[in-house]
Design a protein around this ligand. Structure first.
Ligand code: BEZ
Length: 398
């Protein structure tokens, strides 16, 4: 006799926004789902730390532009579940040295991809960027693009909306303080052990964020990743009339500093009266999540503050309310997101769906749909061919 308390159709390991979104989509298909979170729900220890993210359509790759466009109806669906605006549509401003190719790509390439996908945007000179968007002292060679669909994502409200749905769902259970210590397969089922007990399922979705390898190791494989402990800070506004869009500046590195920064408008859900500016580089990537501390790198903060002082207006150039966010980045060139089944060396690998690496805040609603499709149907109508790791990188440890 099966004990319904411990048997599920799908166990989702990782209760961050992607795991909660997967459970949401599974519940819509009446799937008995258990979400296991090693820390607490809403924790600030992984890739969703900080409560805002950028929703942006510009990407250097056409397939990424397409995926962001495809995510919009899923954002709208999630929005229908809460009165709190999940995306504050202030637009995306990308600007800087047009020759720079960064982790986020290149402005010219993004323009090409936007054109190919018929996404409207306007181009800007350095003088226009200064006049319209409050930056200053920009080199005259800088160019920019503004895409009006860009938004500041209220990540806190996004997670809360998914959590509330799952809490109310008769088919979803969520357990926190439940680190997974063992996964074994018996009679084509997965037995997942945590300090709270052992739970059994037909399928697994693994969405443990930067802690991916600690779960993948339980199934004898791992991904090639590097880890960034990203620093961010809030700067006090001195001029209430100055409002920034979400923005990203592309610049060549200076010495050991990456010299790329991004920022947000003032938002009412976090430190009103302040704007968040962060560096999109780390001076020292980590080899494993265990190496991270919750202290932002002071040199990264100081370098960012210097840029704020020199190039932004209406702000006190003093970093306050700092935080860190830990992200795993794939070592495979041009593979930002990894979405795949476990490698073929793992028995029943097609019953194990994985999502790992990259900046996925803007994809939370659609990634949940994709991972639930893969778990229930073994396929998804969305083009995920670009996110496959290839056999070299999902390595068996046996
Ligand atoms: C992103 O939109 O994916 C992103 C923005 C800023 C820093 C890193 C990633």
């Amino acid at each position: 006799m099966e004990n319904n308390k411990t048997h599920y159709d799908v166990i989702v390991i990782g209760g961050g926004p992607i795991g909660l979104s997967t459970a949401y989509h599974l519940s819509k298909r009446n799937t008995r789902t258990l979400v296991l979170e090693q820390f607490t729900f809403f924790n600030q220890l992984g890739s969703s730390a900080g409560v805002s993210r950028q929703f942006r359509i510009p990407y250097p790759e056409e397939y990424m532009v397409k995926l962001v466009k495809q995510s919009i109806p899923f954002w709208d669906e999630l929005q229908s579940l809460t009165p709190i605006p999940l995306r504050d549509k202030v637009g995306t401003l990308w600007f800087g040295d047009p020759a720079v190719h960064s982790t986020e790509g290149n402005i010219g390439q993004a323009e090409k991809a936007l054109k190919a996908e018929n996404v409207p945007y306007t181009t800007l000179t350095a003088a226009e960027i200064e006049r319209k968007y409050h930056f200053r002292n920009l080199p005259s060679t800088y160019t920019g693009l503004f895409q009006p669909e860009g938004a500041s994502i209220d990540l806190k409200a996004t997670i809360q909306t998914l959590y509330n749905w799952n809490l109310a769902s008769p088919v979803v259970e969520m357990k926190d303080q439940a680190p997974v210590t063992r996964i074994v397969q018996r009679q084509n089922k997965f037995e997942v052990t945590t300090p709270l007990g052992t739970f059994i399922s037909e399928k697994l979705v693994l969405s443990p964020g930067p802690y991916a390898n600690s779960i993948f190791h339980l199934l004898d494989f791992h991904i090639a990743a590097t880890y960034w402990n990203m620093a961010s800070a809030f700067y006090k506004k001195t001029r209430p009339d100055v409002q920034y869009p979400t923005w990203f500046v592309f610049q060549n590195p200076v010495g050991e500093n990456g010299n790329q920064f991004y920022g947000f408008p003032e938002v009412d859900w976090n430190y009103p009266g302040y704007v968040r500016v962060a560096s999109d580089f780390v001076m020292k990537p980590l080899d494993s999540p265990e190496q991270r501390t919750l202290v932002p790198n002071p040199k990264e903060l100081a370098f960012t503050a210097e840029w704020v002082k020199n190039h932004m207006t209406g702000l006190e150039p003093v970093p306050e309310f700092t935080s860190t966010c830990l992200v795993a980045l794939s070592k495979i060139p041009n593979k930002e997101l990894l979405i795949e089944f476990a490698p073929a060396s793992v028995p029943n690998h097609k019953n194990i769906v994985i999502y790992a690496t990259g900046w996925a805040g803007k994809f939370v609603p659609i990634l949940g749909k994709i991972l639930s499709d893969l778990a229930l149907d073994g396929r998804t109508p969305f083009d995920i061919s670009h996110f496959a790791t290839g056999p070299l990188y999902l390595t068996s440890l046996k």
